[in-house]
Write a protein that binds this ligand. Sequence first.
Ligand code: 13P
Length: 251
Amino acid sequence: MRQLIAGNWKMNGSRAMAAELANALRTATAEGLLSGGKLACDLLVCPPATLVSVVAHALLGSAVAVGGQDCHAALSGAHTGDVSAAMLRDCGATYVIVGHSERRADHGESDAVVRAKVDAAVAAGLVPIVCVGETEAQRLGGQAEAVVAGQLAGSLPEGFAGVVAYEPVWAIGTGRTPTEADVAAMHAHIRAVLIGRLGVAGAGLRILYGGSVKPSNAAALMALPEVGGALVGGASLVAEDFLGIARACTG
Ligand code: 13P
């Protein structure tokens, strides 16, 4: 399965920074700097909502897709400050991240809310990237797999056909990552849950790893079984770092 390297810019960026970063990615991918003239992975950037249009315009016709970081569950209406999946699609997005742990923590998003957002994303023609992952206390308590299974059960609608991102909360922005064995074990667990839930279709969905992915650890992480790519935070804000992670994919 071709891997997907997705950048989550979080609440960072200006129009000037977005134009510069998008142009750097456009140039690098057009020049085939990634792998002997051919991209060995799919690329996606998810800027903040204010920059989706800017970035989508700058990357139009390039090999880099654009996504949102969140969407509301409703199509439109009285939801001050929110952005709908259809609005993201209208701005040029083709993906949207939903259920990121920062949204689950900052905005109290439950699995049911995440599931409703997944439905909204699909209805608008976006590919949802559903984030799951345990806290450090849950891992230390031996509950990591049960927590993730519970999040998947609650967050994925019937017939889910998007992307899952495993992001251990304690690895996000900390410079710490699980051991390779732990990543492989969790991805195998998620795969089994997806197949149990979706049948054969669950075997074909990408499962991304996220949490302190950098150029220096990307090759080892991307080589693990069932790792279908990466969801990258901090390192996605620097073109060379993001491209360095993409170069770690061997296809
Ligand atoms: P970092 O790569 O900065 O740890 O962030 C990961 C993440 O939360 C991506 O969604």
